[in-house]
Each structure stands twice: as structure tokens, then as C-alpha cells.
Design a protein. Structure first.
Length: 227
């Protein structure tokens, strides 16, 4: 391996500073979807941009134990998973480090990365999704115009494809044009709201919210392409 590549790899494997670990834990706590400050170890690693199975990850875990021992963190366990939370002393230490300019910038947050990747993929794929849905609509039209009435199973099958295809176009449209860029000062949680919701009656508002569930889950786009 060339010396430069070896040096870069060694640098990536170095654990971040204790101050950066505190900052990552604080941001992970702020971005938690659940109403609890307890942060699991994997979330700390994600906010640090550290791979879970790496020398740097082992270093971060050791630093967490040091911070517990000195009183900056409190360790607990939720649903069998070990978690950490900042204590008053830990917040005070982090504030002093920031005032002294001793906290390097954190890497891109997981929630901003998710927004950016979804937006990029939506821009790449929405045209293909629309064409695929158009082809499915045309196939439905051919069934309507068929000389001999199609079997019921053909209608059920095209119905499934139309529903999946329309959902995929809608999901991509939301990710591309409606999902606002996250602000790292707070958790980016999809509230399943729309611009026109205030003018809808409660029943229709509920229906729309139900249809919006998982609209930011780009992994479902692959599933929707089957069949």
C-alpha cells in the first residue's frame, strides 16, 4: 500500500477527540425521534461518521467510559441496549470547550445525509418512475379496450401495480420538492403534514396522513418496482 494511502487510512482510524465525542452525543440527543435523552452507542458513532467495526469505534467506546468515570456522562440501559446521556457537568464541559474553540466541526448529520441522498436519488429517478407509471396506465387502458373481457385476476394485478407506481412517484416528488432541508438545531421528523391540511375536514385529513406514512423511505422504491 502506498505510504500516502496508508497514512490517510491510519488517520481515519484515529478516534475523535473527547470534546467531539461530547458534541456528537449532544447532537444525537437533539435529533432523537423518541422523547428520551438516552443515546445508544451506534448513534454516537453515526454522528461522528465512524464505522461501527473499526479501531476508531473502539476508541470512541473507550472515551465514553472515561467520560462516565469523570461524571460527564451517565450510562444506562434501555430495552437491553446500552445508552449514554450528558450530565450537567458534561454539558458544562462541552460549553467551556466551545467557548475556547476546542470543538472541531462535526461531520454531516445522519438526518441531513438522509435528506441529501433522498433528494439526489429522487432527481435521478422521478422521470423513470413517471414513465413506468404511464406504461402501467396504458396497460390498464388496453384491458378496458380488450375485445374479450379480462379475467378478474388481471384487474387485481394491474390495480396493485398502479397503486405501487403512484405511491413511488408521490414519494419521489415529496423528497425532491417538498422535504425541507433539515436544520441541525432540531430533529427532522416527518409530521405527515401538507400545505392544504388546515382546509380539510378531519376525516380527509386523517386519510391523507395515512397515505403519507413512509413517504421518505427510499428503500421502498425498489420494492415498488417489482411486479
Amino acid at each position: 500500500m502506498p505510504k500516502r494511502a496508508s497514512n490517510l487510512r491510519a488517520a481515519r482510524e484515529q478516534p475523535p477527540s473527547i470534546e467531539l465525542v461530547l458534541a456528537a452525543l449532544e447532537r444525537a440527543e437533539r435529533h432523537r425521534a423518541r422523547q428520551t435523552p438516552d443515546v445508544p452507542g451506534f448513534a454516537v458513532l453515526e454522528h461522528l461518521g465512524v464505522r461501527r467495526r473499526s479501531a476508531a469505534a473502539r476508541g470512541v467506546r473507550a472515551q465514553l467510559e472515561v467520560l462516565v468515570a469523570e461524571g460527564s456522562l451517565r450510562r444506562s440501559r434501555r430495552h437491553g441496549i446500552q445508552t449514554w446521556v450528558l450530565t450537567v457537568a458534561g454539558r458544562r464541559r462541552l460549553r467551556r470547550a466551545r467557548d475556547a474553540g476546542a470543538v472541531p466541526p462535526l461531520p454531516e448529520s445522519p438526518q441531513h445525509l438522509a435528506w441529501r441522498e433522498a433528494r439526489t436519488l429522487a432527481a435521478q429517478e422521478i422521470g423513470r418512475f413517471e414513465r413506468s407509471f404511464g406504461e402501467c396506465l396504458a396497460e390498464g387502458g388496453r384491458l378496458l379496450d380488450a375485445e374479450h373481457p379480462p379475467a378478474s385476476d388481471e384487474w387485481f394485478a394491474i390495480g396493485d401495480r398502479l397503486q405501487r407506481g403512484a405511491w413511488r412517484v408521490g414519494s419521489a416528488a415529496h423528497c425532491l420538492r417538498e422535504w425541507t432541508e433539515p436544520d441541525d438545531s432540531r430533529a427532522d421528523i416527518d409530521q405527515l403534514q401538507g400545505a392544504a391540511d388546515a382546509h380539510l375536514d378531519p376525516v380527509e385529513r386523517g386519510r391523507r396522513r395515512a397515505r403519507r406514512v413512509a413517504r421518505r423511505n427510499i428503500r421502498l422504491w425498489r420494492d415498488a418496482s417489482r411486479g
